[in-house]
Design a protein around this ligand. Structure first.
Ligand code: F0G
Length: 464
């Protein structure tokens, strides 16, 4: 299959092709990011997207059971017998009228794509199954990542469930929530805590992987992004193949937005959809490099000729000031997003926007999402916080159909949730107050009652 799928430089002035089995994940000619590319003319393709519904009746086959691999015709880089799946991608696109009311959308217009239902509790499994399969195709025995917690949890689970590889995980000190750290430890990953943050860890892991020949599964790996395209296919399927007006996604390392953009560009070029949705990326205000560059400094893809000098100057100024990412949404606490050029491309092709949300706005949105019936971690709630702004600004109108991608499960970061809802000011202060959160407007506080039947009955009748 090697000649039908290959890697290709995203720089339109280079377009160098790279062998499918190469694991450097950088263009050898110009150093740009790589895409996985296909010779679609020689590949069998469905005539309509509805074709994929037929796979449901073949669920006894693990590849058709997987919510990722049943769409493999749209990322055909792996022979079926090399695929490693643990049943990822059984996720839900839920209509969310209560949250729609919060952001100002009409009933029936907001959907939440709940990726917390994946085996490791986040969207990462969509991409990990694809990268892991590629790793197996290259006969790797060790796989590494730097992580704010979810990539590492996902890698640890794939290694443990398949026993095919050893997981090596780099995390920043004190920068990972306990839910995620516990997964890495429980599933037996070698966990390396670096005295630094995610941006430092990502730099280190790339050098270490190169030196030791360890397979890298961060989202610089284009095979990861191929798996993440399927989140969009499942959304289209849930909407009966109607393209929504907007997809809203949190922005960290910008793998998701890059992958979603690629999915829609391909579907359009293959004639399977007429138009892409618009993409909205939401940064945390304490980690807002993409927002700053795109909305404040006017950085654009510009057909691939984006202003590298502007990008480099911004990064150098950040380094010189030693400016570090700082947000309670620890999953997206990233100031040097590695996929930035691909994200610019996605926004150009899909008519995108970027917004930022403060920790206060994120935690309030998170409580509203939870009260509406789906539990998410703070980074995921940035989507709803950002959408609230876009509706207020009139950029999203109340009758447009919007899907927010909830990337990670509420149990990933129970500390943030408990601190928000606590009745104890000291607990609130220790976790949230000292990081700038002033109030918990939508807190659901536990009711304190004496150990006495009459008092308990009285309290219940008062509140429920
Ligand atoms: N949401 C969650 C829950 C995440 O874990 C991440 C990234 C993102 C959003 C941002 O996605 O990088 O595609 O823009 N987490 C990575 C990790 C960095 O290491 O787990 P992105």
């Amino acid at each position: 299959m090697a000649d039908l799928a290959f890697q290709q430089c995203i720089n339109p002035e280079c377009r160098a092709t790279v062998d499918l089995a190469d694991t450097a994940f950088r263009c050898p000619a110009c150093g740009s990011l790589l895409d996985v590319a296909y010779d679609w003319n020689r590949l069998p393709l469905p005539k309509t997207l509805a074709h994929f519904e037929k796979k449901w009746s073949n669920r006894a086959d693990p590849l058709d059971f997987s919510g990722v691999w049943r769409f493999r015709d749209l990322f055909p880089f792996a022979p079926d017998d090399t695929v490693l799946t643990i049943g990822e991608g059984q996720t839900l696109c839920q209509r969310a009228d209560a949250v729609a009311a919060y952001v100002g959308l009409a009933p029936g217009k907001l959907f939440l794509q709940y990726e917390g239902m994946n085996p490791s509790g986040s969207f990462k499994d969509n991409g990990m199954t694809a990268a892991f399969t590629h790793a197996r195709m290259t006969a790797a025995t060790r796989a590494a990542c730097a992580s704010t917690g979810n990539t590492s949890a996902s890698l640890a689970i794939y290694c443990a469930a398949t026993q095919l590889m050893r997981a090596v995980i780099f995390i920043g000190s004190g920068k990972i929530s306990y839910g995620k750290l516990s997964q890495a430890l429980e599933h037996g990953a070698l966990t390396v805590q670096i005295a630094g943050d995610f941006d430092d860890a990502l730099r280190q892991v790339q050098d270490v992987s190169r030196r030791l020949g360890i397979y890298l599964v961060n989202s610089i790996n284009p095979f990861r992004l191929e798996g993440q395209k399927t989140i969009m296919y499942r959304i289209l399927e849930a909407l009966r193949w109607r393209v929504p007006d907007w997809i809203v996604v949190p922005g960290g390392n910008l793998g998701n937005v890059s992958s979603f953009g690629k999915a829609f560009i391909e579907l359009q070029e293959l004639g399977l959809i007429e138009r892409p949705p618009r993409l909205a990326v939401v940064n945390a205000a304490g980690a807002d490099t993409f927002y700053q560059l795109y909305e404040r400094h006017g950085l654009r893809w510009n057909g691939g000729r984006f202003d590298k000098l502007k990008l480099d100057a911004y990064m150098q100024a950040m380094d010189a000031a030693n400016r570090r990412a700082d947000t309670l949404a620890s999953a997206i606490e990233i100031n040097r997003p590695v996929n930035l050029p691909k994200a610019l491309r996605a926004l150009e092709r899909c008519g995108g926007v970027v917004r930022e949300a403060t920790d206060q706005e994120i935690l309030d949105a998170k409580a509203k999402i939870g009260a509406g019936g789906l539990g998410s971690e703070p980074a995921s709630a940035a989507t709803v916080a950002g959408l609230l702004k876009l509706v207020k600004e009139g950029i999203v109108s109340k009758d447009e159909t919007v899907v927010c991608v909830l990337t990670g499960h509420v149990l990933k970061d129970p500390d943030a949730t408990v601190a928000y809802h606590t009745a104890d000011p000291a607990t609130f202060e220790a976790k949230l107050g000292k990081r700038g959160v002033k109030r918990a407007s939508f807190a659901n506080r536990a009711v304190q009652v004496p150990n006495d039947l009459a008092e308990i009955v009285k309290a219940i009748e008062l509140y429920a």
